[in-house]
Design a protein around this ligand. Structure first.
Ligand SMILES: Nc1ncnc2c1ncn2[C@@H]1O[C@H](COP(=O)(O)OP(=O)(O)OP(=O)(O)O)[C@@H](O)[C@H]1O
Ligand SMILES: [Mg+2]
Length: 278
């Protein structure tokens, strides 16, 4: 190969890696924007509940009505506290290191943020969690993946429907599978082939809640999961729905409780071998 060609290849490789970094940054910004929008919506809902029940309590001075109003205000306040706790958890967990992570907790934290939105779009969320071992993960990144999948599923069911989140171990007990199944519109083969390409989107733009349409969601999910030594798999059928499965190498039992701080790579000593999952 001539020096000239080699120099051109080097230049293109460098340009490619720079563009990749920009894509990652864009998806982070877009995920952050969605998080801000979700949290603000959720908080607004809580405030409306508090204001309306406080007004009801002020208008009526009989005990049952006031008790009901206080009860509702109390519940709304507790919900607000759960939302702040979840967002603060995410903000604190900014470390870029891998640690033993409880996926059930991450899913719960994501659902706190999306609970109201799911209700609003008449999505019934079912959670089926087996008692699974921890996985070696960067919590924030996996939360970003979970939110992306849940929002995609919600958007695939514009008239409402069922969404099932499952957590289980595979038969060999070496992996933990997290699946998000919706009973929405599903995808054609043609679409399925492209979903992990950056900027591929069938959405015309963000929906009324400010989400979707950049086409970076799944490209980022795939990248994050692969950096965790995992796999992302999708099954879909038009009119029937879609199931995304994330497969993570499980942390072996002896180290499950220990915090795996500072492990630079998911291929650490405590992690089982990574196998393809079809
Ligand atoms: N659960 C799903 N059901 C049906 N189609 C889906 C589902 N998830 C993804 N898709 C399809 O894959 C495409 C790419 O998804 P991806 O999350 O990468 O981008 P997006 O949702 O369009 O935009 P954003 O980057 O803002 O999330 C979507 O536009 C949609 O056509
Ligand atoms: Mg998306």
């Amino acid at each position: 190969m001539t020096d000239c060609k080699q120099a051109e290849i080097d230049r293109l490789t460098q340009e490619n890696s720079l563009l990749q970094k920009q894509i990652d940054q864009l998806q982070k910004m877009s995920a952050l924007g969605e998080l801000v929008s979700t949290t603000t919506h959720e908080f607004n809902n809580v405030l409306m509940t508090i204001i309306n029940y406080a007004r009801m309590g002020m208008r009526h001075d009989d005990k049952p009505t006031r008790d009901k109003a206080f009860n509702k205000i109390n519940q709304a306040g507790e919900r607000a506290a759960r939302i702040t706790k979840s967002v603060l958890g995410m903000a604190r967990n900014r470390s870029e290191s891998f640690e033993a992570t409880d996926l059930a907790k991450l899913i719960d934290g994501s659902m706190v943020l999306l609970e109201r939105e799911m209700q609003q779009y008449r999505i019934v969320v079912e959670m089926e969690f087996d008692d699974v071992p921890a996985v070696n993960a960067i919590g924030n990144q996996i939360q970003q993946v979970i939110l992306n999948l849940l929002i995609n599923s919600r958007q695939a069911m514009p008239d409402g429907g069922r969404l099932v989140i499952r957590l289980k171990q595979d038969d060999s007990r070496q992996f933990v599978d997290l699946s998000v199944r919706d009973y929405g519109m599903g995808m054609e083969q043609e679409t399925l082939r492209k979903i992990f390409q950056p900027y591929y989107s069938t959405k015309s733009g963000p929906d009324e809640s400010g989400k979707g349409g950049t086409g970076l969601g799944l490209a980022t999910c795939k990248k994050i999961i692969e950096a965790h030594g995992g796999k992302i798999r999708v099954e879909s059928s038009v009119g029937k729905g879609t199931c995304f499965t994330l497969r993570f190498p499980a942390i072996v039992a002896s180290s499950a409780a220990a915090k795996v701080a500072g492990v630079a790579s998911p291929a650490g000593a405590e992690i089982n071998a990574v196998r393809a999952c079809g």
